[in-house]
Design a protein. Structure first.
Length: 385
């Protein structure tokens, strides 16, 4: 009988093999774990393992490490240098996508305006990391188009943090009542105080420049799990993971940041993240998707159409018609944080499996479609400088 060790070994092997194929069509290899999970949602011979507390614990750790890495990679200094166009394009495209998405979810799926807007805002965010290899391959990273996509994606990360905080508040208010809200507020206040205290201590971190990376990594894990533990009291562990990443990025000596980031990525993407995306895929309601394929196409059309319209309206004077359309296509891809937010909403019973499955399925379609379409149009329209 297969145990969890053999199961994980099989999952990692399949993720590796399928991931190699996905990279040939410019889709991130980690996406293969989501595909495998989706197949298990159709037929799962390992239910006893994937429904176990051990598997769910590892999957949740994957989510927390992904959020920690996202927080760690946010460069607040770059945000301050963002041009006015980046700010306008980010907020205008997100605004349109959120408005159209909210109307769709409220009237089609019947959710409240608050939940509808949270879900709409989550799939209005951008997974720009998927496009960066394409921008680099065509040598347009430093063009107006390339810098616009990267800049909007960077500013979008901050919006995702604010969205996670809002989701945490909604979840907390639904779980806590009366005096328990005080515990939530105290826990969040302690997290903020810890974050500012560590950042203030940076001036006294001279010794950290010289200790080994392995030894330093132990301290990083201590900070992460300390933040997670405090965040758990406030039912805000995802926020705590993000805050820990942002804090440590600001706290660590500049000469250690890249080395630490490499170590975190190896641990996150080499072990925890595939388990998380497998878990996301397994949670799909495949029967509902087969019964309602038009809903998936409707969500794809609304989210993608809003991004295209917003990018064209705000960017045609700055970039021209063709590049503004490319900007809209590029901003349509979503991955990582948006999927995490949707999973959090599902796990806390704020949305049902039908909406969750449609949103994840639309993300899968766009993740395959956008890189291919973006690359083809770059070549056809000769946007290489």
């Amino acid at each position: 009988m297969i145990n969890i060790f053999l199961f994980l070994g099989l999952v990692f092997l399949l993720t590796f093999l399928i991931g190699r194929l996905l990279e040939k069509i410019r889709v991130p290899w980690i996406f293969s774990a989501l595909i495998i999970g989706s197949l298990f949602a159709i037929y799962n011979p390992f239910t006893s393992i994937t429904s176990s507390s051990t598997f769910e614990f590892l999957a949740q750790l994957g989510m927390y490490f992904l959020l920690f890495l996202i927080g760690f990679e946010i460069d607040l200094k770059k945000l301050k240098k963002s041009k006015n166009f980046i700010f306008k394009a980010t907020f205008f495209t997100l605004f349109l996508a959120t408005i159209f998405g909210t109307l769709l979810i409220h009237f089609v799926f019947g959710y409240s305006w608050l939940i509808s807007s949270l879900v709409a805002l989550s799939f209005a965010t951008v997974g720009e990391a998927i496009l960066i290899p394409i921008l680099d391959e065509f040598k347009i990273v430093n063009t107006k188009l390339g810098q616009s996509i990267i800049g909007i994606g960077t500013l979008d990360d901050v919006i995702e943090i604010l969205l996670l905080i809002l989701v945490g508040v909604v979840i907390g208010s639904g779980i806590h009542s009366g005096s328990n809200i005080i515990l939530t507020l105290i826990s969040l206040a302690v997290l903020v105080i810890l974050a500012f205290s560590l950042i203030k201590l940076k001036k006294q971190d001279g010794k950290l420049k010289f200790i080994s990376i392995e030894y330093l990594f132990l301290f990083i894990l201590f900070v992460l799990f300390l933040f997670l533990g405090i965040g758990k009291l406030a039912h805000a562990a995802p926020i705590a993971a993000l805050l820990a990443g942002i804090t440590l990025n600001a706290f660590l000596p500049d000469n250690r940041v890249e080395g630490v980031k490499t170590g975190i990525k190896i641990l996150c993407y080499g072990f925890f993240a595939p388990i998380f995306f497998l878990w996301v895929g397994i949670s799909l309601d495949i029967n509902y998707l087969f019964a309602s394929p038009l809903l998936i196409l409707l969500v794809v059309a609304v989210s993608n159409g809003a991004k295209l319209l917003g990018s064209w309206m705000i960017g045609r004077k700055e970039l021209g018609t063709k590049q503004s359309i490319l900007l809209g296509i590029g901003l349509s891809v979503r991955f990582s944080t948006s999927i995490i937010i949707i999973k959090i909403l599902l796990d806390n019973n704020l949305i049902e499996k039908d909406l969750y499955s449609v949103i994840i399925a639309s993300a899968i379609i766009l993740t395959f479609l956008v890189p291919v379409l973006f690359s083809r149009l770059l070549v056809r329209w000769k946007v290489t400088r």
